[in-house]
Design a protein around this ligand. Structure first.
Ligand SMILES: Cc1cc2nc3c(=O)[nH]c(=O)nc-3n(C[C@H](O)[C@H](O)[C@H](O)COP(=O)(O)OP(=O)(O)OC[C@H]3O[C@@H](n4cnc5c(N)ncnc54)[C@H](O)[C@@H]3O)c2cc1C
Length: 401
């Protein structure tokens, strides 16, 4: 029977491993980290990502994981609210913050109950093994070699599998880094969790209640070239946040965590595969954090990959795997997923450019802010309409196997 190796147990690797293991396909999942408590893992799941988990039969598992739905999106210019758009914005599920570490460990735990599933953690997939110009397995950092009929690089945006497979990543020019802060959440956000984007004083940042109970997150956009200067962050925030949060920021000033600097990489591989090797998720197309797309698109990659791979891997159940059939499926996976990725990255860039326009042009910001009671409802209507593809997906994705 055909064996699959998946390098990386982020959202892409962990869900694909589970789907394959549930369908009786032998799979080895390799994770470099010892546990899932990486300093930062995104939490925002859009209706499209929640639908992907639903299609994978993971609704009940999701219920056991700390999560917090968003109730609305708010945009603040200077000290006035331009508009508030209530979730679920016409979709059948609200955008929801889901804690990734417990989700990933639960996925691996379920997969571990399946025969044929192997879990290797605490050592990286370092290099690829080749046989007759085809990838035939991986070399682990601990020196162990593992053979497989197909290797999947789900090892994130700095993918070693991509580098070893000489699959080039075309990156967009870097436009922002993000400083990530956590602080106690105000009680009002427990029940009314709005994702607030604030543009004021040449700054753009976002605030929301995360998946973890009682924790507010603040994402502060900075120039990638700018150093992370030590700052009196509490005073800076108190001068910029919406008026109803000023006292809260003063009260919790000593409990704001030091910033975690996250570098944002956006790009796409022209080619996602070589014979015996396929890249998925951030390894093939690292996404911008704008409108929380990365996990959602990764989950949709997984469904399409399973649709194409399960039949060819199953066909090998009774005989020798057919490398040609496997490699042809890899091309079909990229062809089916690429249009959605290209369009999502275009829409993310468009959304970011509007924020940048407001950040740079004080007069425009001031004008819109003053006129917000009049123009706000119209802007809300247009914005809500434009969110649909980034929330619900662009191309149809349906699990068929
Ligand atoms: C600031 C910021 C905020 C974001 N917020 C969101 C959000 O709210 N919602 C959203 O949908 N997306 C968000 N994203 C994007 C999202 O985090 C990624 O798109 C998503 O995590 C991709 O999943 P993945 O499984 O492909 O890769 P990853 O999540 O990066 O997982 C890769 C895994 O592979 C492991 N690994 C790495 N190298 C190796 C190796 N050589 N061998 C074995 N294992 C290896 C890593 O330890 C990791 O566990 C955000 C991104 C940024 C930068």
């Amino acid at each position: 029977m055909a064996r699959v190796i998946i390098a990386g147990a982020g959202p892409t690797g962990a869900t694909l491993a589970l789907l394959l293991a549930r369908r009786g396909i032998p799979v080895t999942l390799i994770e470099a980290a010892r546990d899932f408590q990486r300093q930062f893992r995104g939490e925002g799941l859009m209706p499209s990502g929640l639908d992907a988990l639903h299609q994978m039969g993971l609704d009940s598992l999701l219920e056991t994981i700390p999560h917090h739905p968003l109730s609305a999106w708010e945009f603040w210019l200077n000290d006035r609210r331009l508009f508030r758009a209530d979730e679920p914005l016409g979709a059948n599920r609200p955008c929801t913050l889901v804690s990734q570490p417990p989700l990933l460990s639960a996925l691996v735990q379920v997969a571990q109950a399946k025969p044929g599933f192997e879990w290797i953690f605490g050592t990286a997939a370092k290099d690829l093994l080749w046989r007759n110009d085809r990838v035939a397995g991986v070399l682990l950092a601990n020196g162990r070699t593992l053979e497989a009929d197909l290797v999947i690089g789900a090892d994130g945006r700095a993918s070693a599998m991509r580098q070893q497979g000489a699959l080039a990543l075309e990156t967009q020019p870097k436009s922002i880094d993000v400083l990530w802060f956590k602080l106690p959440a105000p009680a009002s956000y427990e029940t009314d969790n709005r994702f607030c984007t604030v543009v004021k004083g040449g700054r753009v940042f976002s605030l929301f209640h995360g998946a973890e109970a009682g924790k507010m997150h603040l994402a502060w956009a900075i120039d990638p070239e700018a150093p992370t200067e030590p700052k009196d962050w509490a005073t800076t925030f108190a001068a910029l946040v919406p008026p109803d949060l000023v006292n809260h920021f003063r009260t919790v000033k000593d409990e704001i965590t030091p910033p975690l600097r996250l570098s944002v990489v956006v790009g796409r591989c022209d080619r996602w595969h070589r014979p015996g090797l396929l890249l998925l998720g951030d390894a093939a197309h690292p996404m911008s954090p704008v409108r929380a797309q990365g996990i959602n698109l990764a989950l949709r990659d997984v469904i399409v990959a399973a649709n194409h791979l399960v039949p060819v891997l199953r066909a090998a159940q009774d005989g020798a795997p057919d490398p040609t059939a496997i490699d042809q499926a890899l091309g079909r996976i990229q062809a089916e997923r690429e249009p959605e990725i290209i369009e999502a990255q275009r829409l993310q860039a468009h959304e970011a450019s509007r924020g940048e326009l407001l950040r740079r042009f004080g007069l425009l910001r001031q004008g819109l802010s003053i006129c917000s009671p009049m123009v706000g409802p119209l802007v809300e209507q247009v914005w809500t309409q434009q969110q649909k593809p980034l929330r619900e997906g662009i191309t149809p994705v349906q699990l068929e196997v």
